[in-house]
Design a protein around this ligand. Structure first.
Ligand code: KIV
Length: 259
């Protein structure tokens, strides 16, 4: 089993699609490791595991606990640590936090949100040998509503310029979130690094989804999510069954008892 490197990801541009999902714990990390090129320890953990309203509430210590738990059970995939809100307000703070997060979790790279505004920070991190994944389009840390991006010329120009700047600054991949299809296609055809879409069409070099969304464990499903299961229903059925059996004294049965 060969470990996936940043170099491997870069060589996938325009070739074999890159598979990515988020993970926050051991159980999913172990499964994803067999099928995903990149596992993102996303700050979406705030919503999925802690019931927060936005990712803005997530703290770096919480992220580090999840980063450590995931990385410990991943042998093959590249593990990316999502830098939470306000942990990269300038290049020195960003470097201090990124270095600490990578040292404590042993994750392979970091991701941060933003385009031209964070270019100096990304340049500095890359110069200091911190591998960085970019994130453009809809930026959950800076946006109060879930809105499609790139519908007008002004937005299109800005998002395309953001992508080019990120690529020039040395990111190894760019997440494009919730943008119109033809813009995602144009960005993918323009930048030399792989693009990873989430609500950004099949034209990206790879795809990412939040694991809870694709498993059917969430409460809110944007159009770009495909539910591959309805785990909420499945778990409910199991719990209902268990509860019934306990009440009827059918569980534990002779199979579950020590004699
Ligand atoms: O935190 C996260 O899950 C993310 C994905 C939406 C890309 O940033």
């Amino acid at each position: 089993m060969q470990k996936i490197t940043i170099k491997n990801i870069l060589t996938r541009k325009g070739k074999k699609p890159i598979t990515c999902l988020t993970a926050y714990s051991k159980a999913t990390a172990e499964i994803l490791d067999r099928y995903c090129d990149i596992i993102l320890v996303g700050d979406s953990v705030g919503m999925t595991m802690y019931g927060m309203k936005t990712t803005k509430e997530v703290k770096i210590d919480t992220m580090m606990l999840h980063g450590k738990a995931v990385k410990k059970f991943v042998k093959r995939s590249l593990v990316v640590f999502d830098m939470p809100y306000k942990t990269y307000t300038n290049k020195f703070i960003a470097y201090k936090n990124a270095k600490k997060a990578l040292k404590k979790t042993r994750c392979d790279a970091i991701k941060l949100e933003g385009g031209k505004k964070v270019i100096n920070i990304i340049r500095y991190l890359v110069k200091k040998n911190i591998p960085v994944m970019g994130h453009i389009g809809l930026l959950p840390q800076y946006s109060n509503n879930f809105k499609l991006k790139g519908k007008n010329l002004f937005q299109r120009k800005k998002i395309l310029e953001d992508a080019i700047s990120l690529s020039d600054a040395g990111v190894f991949a760019i997440v494009i979130e919730c943008v119109v299809e033809n813009l995602a296609k144009e960005i993918t055809n323009t930048v030399p690094v792989p693009t990873i879409g989430i609500g950004a069409s099949k034209y990206c070099d790879g795809q990412i989804l939040v694991i809870d969304d694709m498993l059917g464990l969430s409460d809110y499903y944007p159009r770009f999510v495909k539910k591959y299961s309805n785990l909420k229903k499945i778990v409910e059925k199991c719990v209902k069954n268990y509860s019934r059996e306990v009440k009827l004294r059918r569980f534990p049965s002779y199979k579950n008892v020590y004699r």
